[in-house]
Write a protein that binds this ligand. Structure first.
Ligand SMILES: *Cc1c(COP(=O)(O)O)cnc(C)c1O
Length: 362
């Protein structure tokens, strides 16, 4: 059997590490920001009926333009959007990859603001683009001056702004996005994977689309719609941007089953979003209770909370895992990240983490 070192791998991939959040079979899994609630039975019934109907036609290729689905996303997003402004793929990771394939590539650069989503450097690497990360403030906020200065310094082809930011939960105000769009020569993508969990859902970059033809807003069904296992992400942008993405997508990249499953779930958007409200309650409860225990939780607009005040995060992580609670070490010193769970899962996390609280130390 050959090892990786024996293969004629691309030079720029040598020594790279793949994405790899642990997938462990423990009772309470709060490590990858999934939606804690399984899909409601009424929605499952509709999805199954739709997939059942779609499978009768799978001897044909699916609608390459997934027109019906794009219309449904436009309707869901509102803001006067129509199908021509919508694109979708197998998870928003693939949507981001399409953007990098069309606007990045060798000799081009992607700018973002760290700590941020760990896939950005990997996606840039995959298309041979350079990834540049500028630091956020100590509390992980990002202001217009910082963003504009970084854009002027690096003159990037693409800027990724994660809002709310993963792994910190930090919100981003629209004036920062506006300033980025005004300063940037290239494309500005706002990754709104967690937009539905925000305290103020009206704060979305979708509102800026009519003013900036190089602005892209990406979303996913993985989090708010509890569809992580189905793989559906989408974006809204000027129709010309969508034309650019058609140049790089594989033909028929969205299967007929995926299109049917996504359409069925979108018909139940209010049911799905009611669950999001319950998770927002658990998220706020985690922030409040961690603070009461003496930890330092960061303000979060997402379905997870990053918290500091841990003397030894590795020991705390292992101790919680021994209790059957899996959370995430995202590599930010003295912090860990936890996804908001069901009320019972959140109880289990809070009971376990209490043992490592500053207030519990002798
Ligand atoms: C979860 C997440 C995504 C979405 O991933 P999918 O491929 O849609 O499952 C995108 N961006 C960020 C910042 C995320 O945390």
């Amino acid at each position: 059997m050959a090892s990786l070192d024996d293969l004629p791998l691309r030079d720029d991939l040598v020594g790279r590490v793949p994405y790899g959040a642990p997938q462990l079979d423990v009772p309470v899994r709060l490590n990858v920001n999934e939606n804690a609630f399984p899909i409601a039975d009424v929605v499952i019934a509709d999805v199954v009926a739709s997939v059942r109907e779609a499978i009768a036609g799978v001897h044909r290729y699916p609608d390459r333009e997934f027109t019906e689905l794009r219309e449904a996303f436009a309707g869901y997003l509102g803001h006067g959007l129509t199908a021509e402004s919508i694109w979708a793929a197998n998870g928003s990771n693939e949507v981001l990859q399409h953007v990098l394939q069309a606007f990045g590539g060798p000799g081009r650069s992607l700018l973002s603001f760290a700590p941020t989503y760990s896939m950005y450097p990997l996606l840039a690497q995959g298309v041979g683009a350079t990834y540049v990360a500028e630091p956020r403030a100590d509390d992980f906020t990002l202001d217009a001056a910082t963003v504009v200065a970084a854009i002027e310094r690096h003159d990037p082809d693409i800027v990724f702004l994660c809002a709310p930011n993963n792994p910190t939960g930090t919100a981003l105000s629209l004036d920062v996005i506006e300033a980025a769009c005004e300063a940037a020569r290239g494309m500005v993508l706002v990754d709104e994977a967690y937009a539905e969990f925000a305290h103020d859902r009206a704060q979305t970059a979708l509102a800026l689309l009519p003013r900036f033809e190089r602005l892209i807003v990406s979303r996913t069904m993985s989090k708010a719609f509890a569809y992580a296992g189905v793989r559906v992400g989408y974006l809204a942008a000027d129709p010309a941007v969508v034309d650019a993405l058609r140049l790089v997508r594989l033909p028929y990249h969205l299967s007929a089953l995926t299109q049917a499953a996504a359409l069925a779930a979108l018909r139940h958007a209010p049911t799905m979003l009611a669950r999001v409200d319950e998770l927002r309650v658990q998220r706020d409860r985690i922030v409040a209770e961690l603070a009461a225990m003496g930890f330092e939780p960061y303000a979060s607009d997402a379905n997870f909370v990053l918290f500091g005040g841990l003397a030894d995060p590795h020991a705390a992580f292992d101790g919680m895992l021994a209790d059957g609670v899996l959370i995430r070490d995202v590599g930010i010193p003295h912090t860990l990240r936890v996804t908001a769970g069901t009320p019972a899962e959140t109880d289990a996390f809070l009971a376990s983490v209490a043992r490592f609280a500053p207030s519990a130390r002798p």
